[in-house]
Design a protein around this ligand. Structure first.
Ligand SMILES: [Mg+2]
Length: 244
């Protein structure tokens, strides 16, 4: 077990989107195609920019609030994002329903190549592993249908079911309860600075960011891919070289 500053890590929680899996094709391509089905031709780059703006606008306004969520709230939230990305479509409800269904299907997602076996090896080495995500209830059937990740479909903590979303401390507390571990024994791994680094650390967990754009040999304390985490946790790399 990895021991850092007197903390013994016994469990690892993985974020879902951007960490163990990503949409394929991209969100902006899929939104643009939904527009096109209603006769609206939009540049994918424009859709991408609109999506980023709509998503970060909502994240930052939600960040000021109580971070309460539910399946219903998530549906409403995505409805707003679709409306902001595709304001030109004649039937916004249809666009929303099509996109909601699309991202609830496993074939719309792709596991990062090293994710499944990294998680499996950690688990075999004695770590408790769960997926902890701000996704909604669709995450379970999505994981179930992705070969490399199917084994984790029942090992998920989902914010819409907890009632609080990342980066609210109650979300990480619920995750630690699920693992049966104290926050000090749990390492959070994800791709979002606020949700997967600041939030868990405020709740007493350790954290590590995965930044897939960076070079593996770079000096940053971030992982370029998840199997670097495996090296770290199995003690083949100095814990001092990574800032948890
Ligand atoms: Mg993420």
């Amino acid at each position: 077990m990895l021991s850092i500053y007197g903390k013994t890590i016994k469990g690892v929680i993985f974020d879902a989107v951007g960490t163990i899996m990503d949409p394929s094709p991209s969100v902006s391509e899929v939104y643009a195609a939904a527009g096109l089905r209603q006769g609206i031709a939009l540049n994918v780059g424009v859709v991408k920019q609109r999506f980023r703006q709509a998503f970060s606008r909502l994240e930052s306004s939600e960040g000021q609030g109580p971070l309460v969520t539910s399946e219903q709230i998530e549906r409403r939230r995505w409805r707003r994002i679709v409306d902001d990305c595709l304001p030109e479509v004649p039937d916004p409800e249809r666009a929303f329903e099509e996109l909601w269904d699309h991202f609830g299907r496993p074939e719309s997602w792709q596991a990062f190549p090293e994710a499944g076996w990294t998680m499996k090896l950690l688990s075999s080495a004695g770590y408790s592993v769960v997926v902890a995500s701000n996704f909604d209830g669709r995450l379970r059937p999505v994981l179930q249908g992705i070969d490399e990740l199917a084994v984790w479909a029942d090992s998920v903590v989902i914010s819409s079911e907890v009632g609080r979303k990342k980066p609210h401390p109650q979300f990480y507390e619920a995750t630690c309860r699920r693992l049966g571990l104290a926050p000090q024994q749990v390492l959070c791994v994800g791709d979002d600075e606020e949700n997967d680094w600041n939030g868990p650390r405020r709740a007493g967990l350790s954290a590590l960011l995965v930044d897939r754009g960076r070079s593996p040999s770079g000096p940053s304390g971030r992982l370029a891919q998840l199997d670097e985490l495996l090296e770290l946790l199995l003690g083949q790399r100095s814990a001092g070289s990574v800032c948890l």
